[in-house]
Design a protein around this ligand. Sequence first.
Ligand SMILES: [Zn+2]
Length: 108
Amino acid sequence: MHEPGSANVLNQDPPAYGSDSRSPDDYQNVQSYQLGVGPVTMKCPRCRKLITTSVAHKAGLAAWLACLGLTLMVCWPCYLIPFCLDDLLDVIHSCPACGVVIGTYPRL
Ligand SMILES: [Zn+2]
């Protein structure tokens, strides 16, 4: 027989609302999304629609470091190469519906 009244409540962490000093902005949650190099299907934190992120590439730290290395070690015209290689560019995910930038997948 089961014992009534002995509800086994799991020891859950209290919700981090209220005294949380961080901004309650929903955009704080974007870090938890699994962003990758390709489009991701997710719920937009701003318009709440189920969307597939549109991706754009931007020169990030990896591209600038490669640029610097090529400029110093090879020859200066090569400095443009990293900006042509998608593998070195940060991936920016944005919502196609409302246009908000959801997050960035950095290469470094
Ligand atoms: Zn949106």
